[in-house]
Design a protein around this ligand. Sequence first.
Ligand SMILES: [Zn+2]
Length: 79
Amino acid sequence: MSTTAADWIAIAKQVAANPFVKIACPNCSEGYLQILIVPWENNEPKVDVHLICEHCGTRNTITKEAEVVGSVSNGNAFG
Ligand SMILES: [Zn+2]
């Protein structure tokens, strides 16, 4: 059996939580996944997360919403 989409989605969530996490390859369980996050080049707030096993070479790409951090609008304080 090869890996399922659910495996990769779970991995993408771990990467989102911590881009420096070491994740064992779900295919061979011997290598770790290299993580490459590439923002889209147009205005869409999305990134491609490339996951490549350094041991068996399996790879997957997951597109996810980029997270927008710390933009709080408070422009109407005086009503
Ligand atoms: Zn592998």
